[in-house]
Ligand binder design. Structure first.
Ligand SMILES: OC[C@@H]1[C@@H](O)[C@H](O)[C@@H](O)c2nc(CNc3ccccc3)cn21
Length: 472
């Protein structure tokens, strides 16, 4: 074990940080939260244990052809049985916060009605263990694992599901609202709506654009209905937000059709959800561009949806470069060009482009008036290999996080109210339709043994977080 080459303090770690890293962390204010993120279906396993009910992802991943090599979340990283060791790992990494999601079907196996005490108890123990280790819980209430019984009566295309979500949020915040100060209602409703009901590559696997917009509205309504119920149960200092995914869109050339298609893609990918949340209205031209009719709304819906949030969770990984079609292509069919000369890509085929991350943060602050932002997901999948000892070299992930943090630091210096950063992900885990073929963790998981091995990026992240503590 050797001391860092240039650190200000005697940080003992396997992976040295650079002078540039030390300058980087100084850009972030005292109290900036450094964390890692996960989600229930991707890490817990134990899908039939202690009264958990089935979710749409249980059914979808068990359906042949839906997930890479038929992988499922049945075992995942077995986190359900490894909470104490995984929290020791978080402590070892020096995390000041941990973002995780609660599985709705563990708490309400039928989605509504009877509460599964063992499910609530599991999350209470998880929260108490985090607090005992000085790690702030950031709780996502919905990260895509909808109770199957609600899907059977329409899922997110049924307005009642929004009311069921508000009841679920009420139950969870009644139990944990005295201890959890950071709440995220929904993770990426765009993915739930469009990937789940529009193109169908995610659960429940429906291919119907109109249904996607009906589902999207009910997801937003769920958020809006839950807000007051949650605020009644949590401490006055606690904060509630939601996490939205953004993929900034750039024109590949100066042609008018390219500029038009780029703007329409931006409408569809980036404005669809932030506009109702920030401005209480859907973006002008969205429904026409997608050739759908406006989803059924009731009076008061948009006011509920546009109620103030305390922070916006920003999930960003990449950008899209668009080339215009000769006829107006629907934005969900826009032509994404690649590879971009000189660009680098992750294993997901996502371009590494920190500049677009910086520009996104500035836009969310200036155009949408967000008064507090957390990066609730940012990270990269690369071909990580483990040779059976305690080391996993992942220099490209270190470089990716360094570059994106540099872009975030510049946004902070430009006045963006960024309060924290959660890398995706703490652990390698079930990557939805890609199964276990894609590794995003700063900790490697050997799925044969469930052994956790901190990657070089985890050691580097630990040293960076320590340097920030020393510099604050
Ligand atoms: O793919 C990595 C993670 C995933 O594991 C998380 O559960 C999910 O919250 C998540 N969202 C994104 C970004 N979303 C996105 C959506 C459409 C195209 C590209 C990225 C990446 N990720």
């Amino acid at each position: 074990r050797r001391k860092t080459g240039v650190g200000m303090s005697s940080i003992e770690e396997i992976y040295p940080i650079s002078r540039a890293d030390l300058d980087l962390v100084r850009a972030f204010p005292k109290g900036f939260l450094w964390g890692a993120a996960t989600a229930s279906y991707q890490i817990e396993g134990a899908i039939k244990e202690d009264g958990r009910g089935p979710s749409i992802w249980d059914e979808f991943s068990a359906t042949p052809g839906k997930v890479f090599q038929g992988h499922t979340g049945e075992v995942a990283t077995d986190h359900y049985h490894r909470v104490p060791e995984d929290i020791v790992l978080m402590k070892e990494l020096g995390l000041s916060a941990y973002r995780f999601s609660i599985a709705w079907p563990r708490v309400l196996p039928q989605g509504r009605g009877a509460i599964n005490a063992a499910g609530l108890d599991f999350y209470e123990r998880l929260v108490d263990e985090l607090l005992a280790h000085g790690i702030a819980p950031f709780v996502t209430l919905y990260h895509w694992d909808l109770p199957l019984s609600l899907h059977k009566v329409g899922g997110w295309t049924n307005r009642d599901t929004a009311y069921a979500f508000a009841d679920y949020a009420d139950i969870v915040t009644k139990r944990l609202g005295d201890r959890v100060a950071n709440w995220i209602t929904l993770n990426e409703p765009w993915c739930s709506a469009y990937l789940g009901y529009g193109c169908g590559i995610h659960a429940p696997g429906i291919q119907d654009r109109q249904a996607a917009f009906v589902a999207g509205h009910h997801l937003l309504l769920a958020h809006g209905l839950a807000l007051p119920r949650m605020r009644a149960n949590i401490k006055s200092v606690a904060q509630v937000g939601l996490s939205l995914n953004f993929t900034p869109t750039y024109a590949s050339d100066e042609r008018e059709e390219t500029k038009r298609d780029t703007e329409l893609t931006d409408l569809f990918v980036n404005q669809w959800f932030i506009s109702p949340i920030a401005h209480g209205r859907y973006p002008e031209g969205l429904f026409e561009a997608l050739e759908v009719t406006p989803p059924p709304m009731q009076d008061g819906d948009l006011e509920l949806i546009g109620a103030p949030i305390d922070f916006l969770g920003v999930n960003n990984y990449t950008r899209d470069v668009i080339r215009g079609g000769t006829i107006p292509a629907r934005p969900d069919e826009s032509v994404k060009v690649g590879p971009v000369p000189g660009a680098c890509y992750t294993e997901m085929g996502w371009e590494i482009h920190p500049q677009s991350f910086n520009e996104l943060l500035l836009r969310l602050y200036h155009e949408y008036g967000m008064q507090a932002l957390y990066i609730t997901e940012n990270g990269a999948a690369f071909k990580d290999t483990w040779n059976g000892d305690g080391v996993v070299h992942d220099p490209r992930r270190i470089a990716y996080i360094q570059e994106y943090l540099q872009a975030a630091a510049e946004a902070v210096e430009q006045g963006v109210p960024l309060r924290g950063y959660f890398t995706w992900s703490l652990l390698d885990n079930f990557e939805w339709a890609e199964g276990y073929s894609k590794r995003f963790g700063i900790v490697y998981v050997d799925y044969q043994t469930q052994r956790r091995i901190i990657k070089d990026s985890g050691h580097w992240y630990k040293a960076l977080l320590s340097a920030h503590r020393d510099a604050s």
